[in-house]
Design a protein around this ligand. Structure first.
Ligand SMILES: [Zn+2]
Length: 122
């Protein structure tokens, strides 16, 4: 069985837990190259359906691309400024994006930050 990264057939060298520390572990096997890339901080996501680790273009295709930073908010006209907020930022590869968040989605996000206060503290 090859490396757990989608379409990689390299010989495996490392066993890695893809779940957060406080969850039931799911261990996958990775090749030297992908283990090193993940340790170097490259974004990845474990896809339960594919039972594979997604990286690079597969992250983009799956819609799981990492947002690297937000740059501005609320500058759009129209719905924004009334019952929503426009957020602008960049993905990890520098590609710009815009999100229009409704009041409902902002309220939900706020509740998630309250539910998981330790997020980002690892
Ligand atoms: Zn690999």
């Amino acid at each position: 069985m090859g490396c757990a990264v989608l379409r990689c057939s390299n010989v495996t060298a490392h066993t890695v837990n893809v779940m957060p520390p406080d969850c039931v572990p799911i261990e996958v096997r990775l090749c030297e190259e992908h283990d090193a890339a993940i340790r170097a901080g490259q974004p990845w996501f474990y896809d339960d359906d594919e039972r594979a680790v997604l990286m690079r273009k597969d992250l983009v295709t799956s819609g799981m691309q990492l947002i690297a930073k937000f740059t501005t908010f609320g500058e759009d006209r129209g719905t924004a400024g009334r019952n929503s907020m426009a957020l602008h930022g960049e993905y990890e590869d520098g590609t710009p994006f815009k999100l229009l968040l409704s009041t409902q989605s902002l309220t939900w996000l706020r509740s998630m930050f309250e539910k998981f206060p330790d997020i980002g503290a690892r």
